[in-house]
Design a protein. Structure first.
Length: 132
């Protein structure tokens, strides 16, 4: 990918344990899965950071995907050159047996690995979904 982007720091106040973040590079214009729900426990997507290290802007769309699987857009924005967008007004609860099964990102034009999408999740309990 293309480098040179500035470091990003995100502070979240949550009662659950944060999981290690997962980062996915976008390449092409097809939807890319950036988060897949576990069938073993419920997780919460607390924040998503979209870092564009390119010299041009890219329109990025985020979708949540249900069990059918139907894709539902929930965020779309042009991410300016050499900037990072932080989406922290979530949370989205995900579960392999719930409504939200995965989250995808789509670029309007090919970013050629210049856009990194980082998903920050938390897990309140390792109990199976539906178990209290």
């Amino acid at each position: 990918g293309k480098g040179g982007g500035a470091a990003v720091s995100v502070n979240l106040n949550r009662t659950a344990g944060l999981e290690p973040p997962g980062t996915t590079l976008l390449d092409g214009t097809n939807p890319v899965t950036i988060h897949t729900a576990s069938t073993k426990f419920t997780s919460v997507v607390e924040a998503i950071a979209i870092c564009n290290t390119d010299s041009g802007a890219f329109v990025i769309t985020l979708h949540w995907v249900d069990a059918t699987p139907t894709s539902h857009p929930f965020w779309k924005k042009s991410v300016a050159a050499s900037t990072t967008e932080i989406i922290d007004n979530l949370p989205i609860t995900t579960s392999g047996v719930g409504s939200v099964r995965s989250i995808t990102a789509t670029a309007g034009s090919d970013p050629n690995n210049a856009v990194a999408v980082t998903v920050i999740t938390s897990v309140q309990s390792r109990a199976a979904p539906g178990v209290v």
